[in-house]
Design a protein. Sequence first.
Length: 327
Amino acid sequence: MTVLATAESATGSLRLSAADADELLAIARTVIRQVPGGRIDDPTMLAACRQAAMLMPASLRGTLREFRRESGERGAALISNLPVDEPSLPSTPGTSTSVQRFGTVPALLLMMIAAELGEPVAFRPEKSGALVQDVVPVQGKEDFQGNAGSVLLSFHNENAFHPYRPDFVMLLCLRADRDRVAGLRTACVREVLPLLSRESRAALSSPDFVTAAPPSFGTGGSTAPHAVLSGAPEDPDIRVDFAATKPLGPGAEQALEELRGLCEKVAHTVVMHPGDLAIVDNRVALHGRTAFRPRYDGADRWLQRTFVLQDFRRSRIGRLGDGHVID
């Protein structure tokens, strides 16, 4: 029986059965044979992945759909024991521009699972618009507040500055760090909200914050003033990047600091292992990473990342030719 660690799971330790992992491996390899040499972002490959998604174990598909509808108190889920085809993995890439363009088992699993959550998307300025991106430490960028760094990565919504920021962020572990200390950290507004003071909740709901684009986009400037909390007061969305969001007044500054402290208080950490897939609801949960020490020897930590939009139509104006890359 396929099992998904839901947002209510305290440890994220639930695993796919060996039989279901073998079934997923066979499905992915079938897609590779059907579209030999196929590029991930080719419409033919994406269509094949959408069709293949319907063949995934029913319990996995059903639970993904439930998570899409309601991501729970923690706004995050974990699937373990996915077949990442470890024996065929090359050395861990070592550049910040590394992406996966062609069909591999891990990349196709990301595309199939994305099809159950919505539609995969990428942003042209970041990682050249690839739908499957490598998250690896890069020598010389240890202090970088982004996917190439290895210091503590502060809490953030993915692409908090962008009007079409992802609804879901998927992170699939292909290779763990040598010391097994690199942990994905999450903090959900649903756990923070009851702890926030009334004054801070009001301040965070006012358009008194600006957020800069991350360095990975290579662009300057900031957003128009926006609120950190928006939507239903009892279950708001959150929009913040503690490395890039700036308050516009003392009240906003105090509220942002209270929010930062509470995110640390409610934070959950999962040390990911090969075959672990974390899914973060980017609307209600922030994520970050603990520090770790890379060796730069070809065996460093290696995740692959895919973004998903549940409401694909909303971003149509930003996607040339109704493709999957947002300009």
